[in-house]
Structures are given as structure tokens and as C-alpha cells.
Design a protein around this ligand. Structure first.
Ligand code: DGY
Length: 326
């Protein structure tokens, strides 16, 4: 649609799926970061000046400087992520800038990746793939690549929100016993029989498999440290689909290299995309590049959630995915 004087200007920091970009171009005078590289805060300010809507993702730091610089025209930040730890929410609130995110629609996809990591960690997926690919498979043997079965193991879901509950549902289908740690216990219909632990250190004692699904936040930085890993059973498994900085990399790499932990599966890292190089040297860690929500259906649905939320806001309604309603 040709932009006219009343078409709001919007800036797209990353390339979204084709159908979502087409729908955005229908609604906005849309400028975009053609090359799709990660923009620094100053580059965002430079490129998005004059925009009413800023479409971002978890790779952009939408800090106070960005918000203040864009505030004269900026009304909304729409992030293609459920996490919003990359956005200065206090500054957004102060400046009256609405922030939209993408809950719910990505929970299944993220839970699938949690299971992918859990299975690959427990069944030595990286070693198995490499053995076949490198032509080093000597043939079947009774003791080759022995792993850990999931049935009757205890999984601890740290962060039993929407994504955590989908992980629990899938783990239950694999015959696992479900435990969880949250600030508060869930209502019975949400817990679906999962066992609540108010104390994280106590909870870790029973975690044959720990799945970190808590939202990223400065308060949780480094929470899974050496002391907490030491609480876990010998040869336990750790899976992280949340944010990398919840885990202390020194502690995790050390526990993996000594065999104190059997294995890990990681989709997220501190300081992405600069993965701590020690992980690359370890055979007992299965690594994926932050692909929790990376299915076409999910990325389309995330985009549409933002589009519909903004349409509602422009019509004077308050969508459920607005994080800071007035
Ligand atoms: C999210 O939605 O928060 C995912 O981690 C992708 O950024």
C-alpha cells in the first residue's frame, strides 16, 4: 500500500517471514534493515528515527538511550520474542511507549526444542552423529554409546510458565516424573500432577534432568552456579532453553569435563552469538543456535500476534500481549 500522510512509519530491525513483512508493508510506511545484521543501539537510533513503531527481536538492545532518542515519535516497540529482558521496561513506562511481545504462540516449538536437547544430551546425539558422519562407526556393539533413558527419571522444570508446562506435558509422555520450581505453586489444573518445590537448592537434589525455562532477568543471572550444580545428582543432565546467562559457564563446563554432569543440551548462551569456546571442545554437550521458536508456523504466528496487537492499539483497544498497559 502506498504510504500517505497518515500511514504510521515503522522500522523493522530484523527480517521477518515473507508473509509477515507483506502484512506490515500493507499497514505501515515500512523501512527495514535489508541486510538483517544485528544493529547496535546507535544504529537503531539512526535508522529508526521518526518511526512510530519499532519492530525488534531479542538480538537488539532496546535500552534507555534508544528509547529516549526515539521517544519524540515512537509509540510502540514490538518484539518478535516472548522474552523482553533486552528492553528497558522502566524507561518505556516512563516515556509512555507501549511494548508488545509474543507469548503462547511459541510455547510448543520451544518445548519441542527442549525435548530435542534432552534426548540428544541423554542419548549422546552429537557423538552418535559424528561417528557416522566421520566414517568412524565400527559397527553395532552391545556397549557402544550407552546413554540415559528418560522413563521414570525425574525432570525438574525451573520456570513452570507457559513454555515450562509444555515441556512438562512432553516429558510426562516420555514417562518422566515431573517436578518444578517457581516462585509460587501453580493451581492444580495447571500443575497437572507436577510436584512443587519452593526451594531451588532442595529441588535440584532430585533433578536427574534439569530444564531451565525461567524467563531471563538480571535477578536470575548466574543462578545455576557451581554450588547449585553440586546439589544435583551425580551424572545428571542440564538443558537450557531460557537465556544463557542464567548458567555460570565456568561451573557448567567444569562439571561437564569432569563427568560430574553426564551431559547438557544448550540452545541459549551468554553473550550470543559468541558461544563460550569451551563448549565446542566437549563431546557431552549438544548445542543449537537459539532455535527454540524457529519453525515457519511459529515465526508467522509471532509476527501476526504483533500485527494484530498493534491493529488493536491503533483502534483504541488493549491487546493481551501488551506488556505495559496504562
Ligand atoms: C524468545 O522468544 O524470547 C526467544 O528466546 C527468541 O528470542
Amino acid at each position: 500500500m502506498a504510504a500517505n500522510a497518515t500511514t504510521p512509519r515503522a522500522y523493522l530491525c530484523r527480517r521477518f517471514t515473507e508473509s509477515v513483512e507483506a502484512a506490515l508493508a500493507e499497514r505501515y510506511d515500512l523501512r527495514l534493515n535489508e541486510h538483517d545484521g544485528i544493529l547496535s543501539p546507535d544504529e537503531i537510533v539512526q535508522s529508526a528515527r521518526g518511526s512510530e513503531v519499532l519492530f525488534a527481536s531479542a538480538t537488539e538492545q532496546i535500552n534507555e538511550h534508544v528509547l529516549r532518542q526515539l521517544a519524540p515519535t515512537l509509540r510502540y516497540v514490538a518484539t518478535l520474542s516472548v522474552g523482553y529482558d533486552h528492553i528497558d521496561m522502566a524507561a518505556a513506562r516512563e516515556l509512555g511507549i507501549g511494548v508488545l511481545h509474543t507469548p503462547d504462540v511459541l510455547s510448543d516449538a520451544c518445548a519441542e526444542v527442549a525435548m530435542m536437547l534432552m534426548l540428544n544430551a541423554c542419548r549422546r546425539g552429537y557423538e552418535a552423529d559424528r561417528m557416522v558422519r566421520d566414517g568412524r562407526w565400527p559397527g553395532w556393539s552391545p556397549t557402544q554409546l550407552l546413554g540415559i533413558g528418560l522413563k521414570e527419571k525425574r525432570v525438574l522444570v525451573f520456570g513452570m510458565g507457559r513454555i515450562g508446562r509444555e515441556v512438562a506435558a512432553r516429558a510426562r509422555a516420555f514417562g518422566m516424573e515431573i517436578h518444578y520450581h517457581n516462585r509460587r505453586a501453580l493451581a492444580p489444573e495447571l500443575a497437572a500432577g507436577a510436584i512443587y518445590h519452593a526451594d531451588l537448592d532442595q529441588a535440584l537434589r532430585i533433578a536427574d534432568v534439569l530444564v531451565i525455562a525461567a524467563p531471563g532477568s538480571p535477578q536470575l543471572k548466574g543462578i545455576i552456579n557451581a554450588e547449585r550444580i553440586a546439589c544435583m545428582p551425580e551424572r545428571a543432565v542440564l538443558v537450557n532453553i531460557s537465556r544463557g546467562d542464567l548458567v555460570d559457564d565456568d561451573a557448567l563446563t567444569s562439571a561437564l569435563s569432569t563427568g560430574r554432569l553426564f551431559a547438557a543440551g544448550l540452545d541459549v548462551y551468554a553473550n550470543e552469538p559468541n558461544v563460550d569456546p569451551r563448549y565446542r571442545e566437549l563431546d557431552n554437550v549438544f548445542l543449537s543456535p537459539h532455535i527454540g521458536s524457529a519453525t515457519r508456523e511459529t515465526r508467522d504466528a509471532m509476527g501476526w500476534l504483533l500485527i494484530n496487537g498493534l491493529d488493536a492499539l491503533y483502534q483504541g483497544a488493549t491487546p493481551d500481549n501488551l506488556l505495559n498497559p496504562r
